[in-house]
Design a binder for this molecule. Structure first.
Ligand code: MG
Ligand code: ZN
Length: 193
């Protein structure tokens, strides 16, 4: 029987991004991995509500040479252990690789759905960038955006498509979990562009 999932972006959603001169970047070691003390409890609430927890993360620094693939695996394993995640899917390509997995494309979500018999029509995505929302939309899942100043900024994948919007925009993971569980329903999100 198929199960609903909450797809979780990794950096900026379940762990902190690392500030750098070039902007926010992912942790490049387990030592740089920072998870807020409340995050485990929030994700436990989703799990207890019956959702499979699946991390879907773009990690182009592997293709770019600033992050070794085995180090990425170690960081992802720490995320799984610390947060009780059921599965992690990582795209280690860059835009020029033209892969099917790099968000805003839905490849990682579709692969996870096939691997774990996920009911996409009852699933959700939480992310902090427009590419997360776009991937969720393309996979047919509902999305909640953790809104910050860079959420709608153009990426190496380009600018967000005009009219793209999340079902809800919230400031914190706690609010996103409350929204998904129906505890609170903040005002509808504004479309981009
Ligand atoms: Mg992110
Ligand atoms: Zn990829």
């Amino acid at each position: 029987m198929s199960v609903p999932a909450v797809f979780l972006d990794r950096d900026g959603t379940v762990n902190e991004s690392v500030p750098s001169a070039a902007g926010l970047r992912p942790p490049w070691s387990v030592d740089e991995l920072r998870v807020d003390a409340g995050t485990r409890g929030l994700l436990d609430r989703l799990r207890q509500a019956g959702y499979l927890l699946v991390v879907v993360t773009n990690q182009p620094d592997v293709a770019r040479g600033s992050l070794a693939a085995d180090v990425l695996d170690t960081i992802n394993a720490a995320v799984v252990t610390q947060l009780g995640i059921d599965a992690v899917y990582a795209c280690t390509h860059d835009t020029a690789d033209d892969c099917a997995c790099r968000k805003p494309l839905p490849g990682m979500l579709l692969q996870a759905a096939a691997d774990h018999d996920i009911d996409l029509s009852h699933s959700w995505l939480i992310g902090d960038r427009w590419v997360d929302v776009a991937a969720g939309l393309a996979a047919g899942v509902r999305s909640v955006l953790l809104r910050h100043d860079d959420s709608w900024r153009a990426t190496t994948s380009g600018a967000p498509p005009t009219g793209l919007s999340a079902e809800a925009e919230v400031a914190t993971l706690a609010e996103a979990v409350d929204y998904i569980l129906g505890v609170s329903r903040p005002a509808a999100a504004r479309p981009s562009g």
